[in-house]
Design a protein around this ligand. Structure first.
Ligand code: HEC
Length: 143
């Protein structure tokens, strides 16, 4: 068999095997959704919820390896840092900490992360959305 054919068969084989690796692409139940005012809720749902909630939308391409590995990692890591679906029983220390982190990533323009924005251009935050989110995050301090 021609060498190029063998290479092709190997590549296709690896691609198929990759698809069989199980991924944790689940949406666990919402424990307690953060009660944000509706205009903030719209922004969070549009720009943050895919990685920072249990209401992730998994598009068809998120199911195809190897891209699926990267997307799943971002969701798992994102939820670990901040999960808007799990805001039950936050004490004052935790909510202040979260508020600080949200304000910081907004100031630095770190969120949503770039690969996500390339696939979801509509999720990028306008200046007025950044201001609105930061002002809202400040209200988390006292709670
Ligand atoms: C595509 C997935 C994705 C989206 C969408 C996304 N994030 Fe993140 N976020 C992550 C990941 C992954 C981390 C953890 C690793 C890191 O800090 O880069 C993170 C970390 C964070 C942290 C913690 C930072 C720290 O210092 O620990 C905050 C706060 C945050 N994101 C806020 C937001 C906000 C607010 C939005 C919406 C405007 C958003 N993120 C959208 C993936 C995402």
């Amino acid at each position: 068999m021609a060498r190029s054919k063998i290479v092709l068969i190997v590549i296709v084989g690896l691609f198929i095997i990759m698809q069989l690796i199980p991924l944790n692409q689940t949406n666990p139940p919402v424990i307690q959704d953060i009660a944000a005012p509706s205009e903030i809720d719209v922004i969070l749902k549009n720009s943050c919820y895919d990685c920072h909630s249990n209401e992730t939308k998994w598009p068809w391409y998120s199911r195809i390896a190897p891209g699926s590995f990267l997307i799943t990692r971002d969701v798992v890591e994102g939820r670990k840092h901040l999960n808007f679906s799990d805001f039950a029983d936050l004490d004052a220390f935790d909510s202040t900490d979260i508020a600080d982190e949200i304000i910081e990533v907004l100031e630095e323009g770190e969120m949503p992360i770039l690969p996500y924005l390339l696939l979801h251009p509509g999720a990028s935050l306008s200046d007025s959305q950044i201001t609105a989110l930061s002002e809202w995050a400040e209200t988390l301090y006292s709670e």
